[in-house]
Design a protein around this ligand. Structure first.
Ligand code: NAD
Ligand code: MG
Length: 397
């Protein structure tokens, strides 16, 4: 890596989450190249105070009012700490003049406004929150084109595609294939899925992640969201984006060019690899992980097609991607409501796809003229999904 480069100054939105903690490991390993200048989360102010002390961070954001009030009176933060509250505060911390890169790792759609603010302020965006492009890909990509802000994918599959596209022309790409582990239920008999519990769904075979995305991995909604995310990030048509099951999660994508050559990227299933790639890009450095891929022991890489019956959420996501308009935002919003209800013990695992299918059928699909129109479709999808939940009540099934 080039010596004596200025340090990249980073704001980390979602610092207390799974991606947030992995990002902290990357920054701690490369303090000569990376400096953390701002952190934000929903609540968990004590953890933010620990991070602020460890990395000498002055700017701290909390979306939750009660947590913000507690943080302001806590002596765990140093006296010079500047606090930011609520959605407006998140947008402020995302546009700090002393930052050049904003890593967006807020779960759900709360990262949208701060990400757009950071794009308008011409920050480089390291993007983990896939919901943003799924909901508002048209507007986020247009904003990035207008400001010249660079979007670097952190999601492992997209980071892999990004790496495989370097030095190539997108118009030469025939298709990209994102790999999916298949999640917790990939080997369950289909008839047992009706009784799957949140505890079962949260046992991911390969990755340690936040609860929502772990359930999305079990349904393959996550891969559906990722196909939509990929379409926007790389400017591809819906039919050029596919998924395949790959149990080991070592190969993260396949990029097939028009001459039939397929390029791929391999690394162990740890988010430190893509996070580090995005934060240091285009530099490379050793990764702070102890599970580097060994080529000295035998290992197998296998692939199988996705079973439509086991993973109806992938088919629903693909239909939403082809339909375009508001449909991806509606898919995403309905899925968030259904997954939260499943995790809360309100509905069964199979109800997730049931709810999403019905919401997609009930909410009229239109081409959103503006971001507020997308937010309206998102809100409507949530209302319709919530209204449907009692009909899927787990005790009545
Ligand atoms: P998580 O649930 O572990 O953490 C979420 C973070 O977002 C927390 O820090 C939380 O405080 C913060 N947050 C939630 N609501 C907020 C709000 N209103 N304002 C500010 N902060 C808020 O989630 P995660 O697994 O780290 O995932 C984060 C994002 O990254 C998601 O969009 C997910 O799809 C994406 N992603 C995650 C992984 C992974 O391995 N975990 C991989 C690829 C992409
Ligand atoms: Mg992923």
């Amino acid at each position: 890596m080039a010596a004596n480069l200025p340090r990249r100054r980073i704001v980390l939105l979602g610092a207390t989450g799974s991606i947030g903690e992995s990002t902290l490991r990357v920054i701690a390993a490369h303090r000569d190249r990376l400096e953390l200048v701002g952190i934000a989360s929903h609540s968990r102010h004590q953890r933010l105070a620990e991070i602020a002390r460890e990395f000498g961070v002055k700017h701290v954001g909390l979306a939750d009012d009660a947590a913000l009030a507690a943080a302001r009176t806590s002596d765990a933060f140093s006296a010079g700490t500047v606090f930011y509250g609520g959605p407006v505060g998140l947008a402020e911390i995302a546009t700090l003049t002393e930052a050049d890169t904003v890593l967006v790792a807020v779960v759900g759609t709360a990262g949208l406004e701060p990400a757009l603010a950071a794009i308008a302020a011409r920050k480089t965006i390291a993007l983990a929150s896939k919901e943003l492009l799924v909901m508002a890909g048209k507007f986020v990509m247009a904003a990035a084109r207008a400001s010249g802000s660079q979007l670097l994918p952190v999601d492992s599959e997209h980071n892999a595609v990004f790496q495989c596209l370097q030095g190539h022309r997108t118009e030469d790409v025939r298709r990209i294939v994102l790999t999916a582990s298949g999640g917790a239920f990939r080997d369950w008999p289909l008839e047992r899925l009706a009784e799957a519990t949140p505890t079962d769904a949260l046992k991911h075979p390969n990755w340690a992640m936040g609860p929502k995305i772990t359930v999305d991995s079990a349904t393959l909604a996550n891969k559906g969201l990722e196909l939509i995310e990929a379409q926007w990030l790389f400017g591809l048509r819906a039919e050029q984006c596919e998924a395949v099951l790959h149990a080991q999660s070592i190969i993260h994508c396949l990029v097939e060019y028009r001459d039939g050559s397929i390029l791929t990227q391999l690394c162990p299933p740890s988010m430190t690899f893509p996070i580090q790639h995005a934060l240091l890009f285009p530099d490379r450095a050793p990764c702070p992980t102890d599970d580097a891929l060994s080529l000295h022991k035998p290992f197998t890489l296998d692939f199988r097609p996705v079973e439509a019956e086991r993973y109806p959420m992938l088919g629903l996501a693909q239909a939403a991607m082809v339909a375009g308009g508001n449909a991806p935002a509606v898919f995403n919003a309905a899925n968030e409501v259904a997954v939260a209800a499943f995790l809360g013990g309100q509905v069964s695992f199979l109800a997730i796809s049931g709810v999403v299918e019905q919401v997609l059928a009930q909410v009229k699909n239109t081409e959103p003229p503006s971001l507020p129109a997308v937010m309206e479709a998102d809100a409507e999808a949530r209302r319709v999904a919530r209204a449907l939940l009692p009909t899927f009540n787990s005790s009545s099934r």
